[in-house]
Design a protein. Structure first.
Length: 328
């Protein structure tokens, strides 16, 4: 029989490629994809490049124990590694094993969030100007998370209603928060400058931005529309790791983290504040101002009010508003 007429059998994709494809089908973020692939690769290398099909509970537990004892990783990091391995076995290999349900996650320590006083927030923001200053004020004034602010699109800022629509926040949930009156003029000025950059990109044929899920196919021209542009863009073009397209992405969140760190040092604030501290301060100061916890829960986008309840402990009043007998 002539081998040239033999139909070729397509090669089975490599394991990591299968993981990558499954993650993208489920529309997980690029950050989750990167972390999951890293943990699965480390798991395989840790056990001498054995295939995961040939391993089970003892190997998973040995790997997680190694991370905790030798790697000294935090509980959250250990749990992330476990999530990656569970995804590998359940979603990619299609293996449902009894030990999966009995696998115990590391207990995360219950710590109260760092919260700045109003005076400390004021001192911090005094040392932040320009784009980073505007972003920091948005974090404190709206309760947005760092990445929600970095990924903000022009069309989601409603000046008429004084609202900001936060799309696909944590848990892929949309929510609405307020647009502080004191930021309206500075945000409008920022968007006017942003429009000039957009028009320059448009003239170069480089105005395309990333669109989530299948929107790029459904609306082929939306990627270059003004409304879909990032409010806080990167200063340069970069290659999209998934599509390979060269375009302007949103600002690197690490730049804001560094700017806040510098401002904390310059302001004399001794607390270990980060951009996320401004979100904690937003929630705490709203509760101090008398707003009910359900309203704060909605603004923060918490699924469970018990998550929001932690800020009542930060207030040092608890849910009952207990006052020390010494103060009487």
């Amino acid at each position: 029989m002539n081998s040239e007429n033999t139909p070729s059998v397509p090669e089975t994709p490599k394991l990591l490629d299968q993981v990558r494809d499954k993650i993208r089908i489920k529309h997980y973020s690029i950050r989750t994809e990167t972390q999951y692939l890293q943990w699965i690769k480390r798991f395989i290398l840790f056990h001498g490049k054995r295939h995961p099909r040939d391993m089970g509970a003892p190997e998973v537990e040995a790997f997680l124990s190694h991370l905790a004892t030798e790697g000294n990783v935090a509980a959250a990091t250990q749990n992330q590694a476990l999530s990656a391995l569970l995804f590998l076995y359940r979603e990619v290999l299609g293996i449902e094993l009894p030990w999966m349900d009995s696998m115990v996650r590391a207990k995360r320590p219950h710590r109260l969030p760092v919260v700045l006083s109003r005076a400390e927030v004021g001192r911090l923001l005094e040392h932040m100007e320009g784009t980073y200053g505007l972003m920091a004020r948005l974090l404190y004034g709206t309760g947005m998370r760092l990445m929600e602010c970095a990924r903000l699109r022009v069309k989601d800022v409603d000046f008429g209603r004084r609202e900001i629509l936060i799309r696909e926040g944590k848990g892929f949930k949309d929510r609405v928060t307020m647009l502080p009156e004191t930021l309206v003029s500075s945000l409008q000025e920022h968007l006017a400058k942003r429009r000039h950059l957009y028009e320059a990109d448009l003239a170069r044929g480089m105005a395309e931005v990333y669109l989530p899920d299948a929107l790029a196919k459904k609306y082929p021209h939306a990627a270059t529309d003004w409304g879909w542009q990032y409010v806080f863009p990167s200063g340069s073009y970069s290659i999209d790791p998934r599509s390979g397209h060269k375009r302007r992405h949103h600002i690197d969140e690490k730049l804001l983290q560094r700017a806040v760190k510098r401002a904390v040092a310059a302001s004399g604030v001794v607390k270990p504040a980060t951009p996320h501290t401004l979100r904690h301060s937003f929630a705490t100061h709203l509760l101090e101002g008398g707003y009910d916890i359900r309203t704060v829960q909605e603004l923060l986008g918490h699924s469970d009010v018990s998550t929001t309840m932690i800020y009542t402990h930060v207030l040092n009043k608890g849910s009952r508003g207990v006052v020390s007998p010494l103060d009487h």
